[in-house]
Design a protein around this ligand. Structure first.
Ligand SMILES: [Zn+2]
Ligand SMILES: [Zn+2]
Length: 215
C-alpha cells in the first residue's frame, strides 16, 4: 500500500509510514479492497426473498392465464372448450418455467473480478409523426480477469453509469446485478449490492433495504 500523505510504498499492515510517519489507516476504514460483508446473512435473506417473490409472481401469472384463456375463448367464440383450457395451462406453465430458469441461473452464477474498460453514453433521436423525441443510451463494458467481456447497455436512466470509471477494478458478486468497486476511497456515495440504491459513503446499512453496504 502507498502512504496517502507522501506516496511512499509502505509494507502491508504497517501502522506508520516509514518515510514520513503518517498514520496508515486499515483497509476497512480506507475504503480500499473488496468487502467480505457479502457473506452477511442479510444478503442470503434478500436473495431468498426475491426468489420467492418471482416464484409467487409467476404463479399468479399462471393462474391468470389458466382462467383468462377459457373466458376469452367462451366470450369471443374463437377457442373451444377444453382447448382454451389447454392453451391457458400451456402459457401458464411457460411463466413458471421462465421464473424457475431465472432462479436456477442466478444460483449457478459465479463471483468474478474484472476491470471497467469502456464507458459511453449518447443521445438517440426518435422521429415521430409530429414531434422529435430523444433518449440517452448508456454503455458499460467490463473485462473479466478470466476472459470475456461483459457488456451492459440500457437507456433513459443513468443509474450506475456515473458510479463507475474506466480502469476501475470491480467484483461481480454472484446473484446480484451489481459491481463492487475495489477502490471506494474517492467516493461520496456507495451503491447497495442488493437493491442498487445509492447511500452516503459514511453509512453502514442501506437506508432502503437494510443490507450492509460493501465497504
Ligand atoms: Zn508517508
Ligand atoms: Zn439496499
Amino acid at each position: 500500500m502507498f502512504c496517502p500523505s507522501c506516496g511512499f510504498a509502505v509494507e502491508e499492515n504497517m501502522q506508520y509510514c516509514s518515510n514520513c510517519g503518517n498514520i496508515m489507516r486499515t483497509s476497512t476504514s480506507s475504503l480500499i479492497g473488496f468487502s467480505d460483508k457479502i457473506n452477511d446473512p442479510a444478503f442470503f435473506k434478500y436473495k431468498k426473498d426475491s426468489s420467492n417473490w418471482s416464484a409467487i409472481f409467476s404463479g399468479i401469472l399462471a393462474v391468470i392465464a389458466i382462467i383468462a384463456f377459457p373466458i376469452y375463448g367462451k366470450s369471443t367464440g374463437e377457442l373451444d372448450w377444453p382447448e382454451s383450457l389447454y392453451y391457458g395451462i400451456g402459457i401458464g406453465s411457460m411463466f413458471i418455467v421462465i421464473a424457475m430458469l431465472q432462479i436456477l441461473k442466478r444460483s449457478f452464477e459465479k463471483t468474478w473480478d474484472g476491470v471497467v474498460i469502456y464507458k459511453d453514453s449518447y443521445k438517440r433521436r426518435v422521429y415521430g409523426n409530429h414531434f422529435n423525441n430523444a433518449y440517452t443510451v448508456y454503455i458499460l463494458k467490463v473485462r473479466k480477469d478470466n476472459g470475456g467481456i461483459k457488456k451492459h447497455k440500457w437507456q433513459d436512466i443513468p443509474g450506475p453509469f456515473h458510479y463507475y470509471r474506466v480502469n476501475d477494478r470491480v467484483r461481480h458478486h454472484k446473484g446480484f446485478y451489481y459491481y463492487e468497486k475495489y477502490d471506494k476511497s474517492h467516493d461520496t456515495e456507495i451503491m447497495c449490492a442488493a437493491c442498487n440504491s445509492f447511500n452516503d459513503i459514511k453509512q453502514d446499512l442501506c437506508k432502503r433495504c437494510k443490507c450492509p453496504l460493501l465497504k
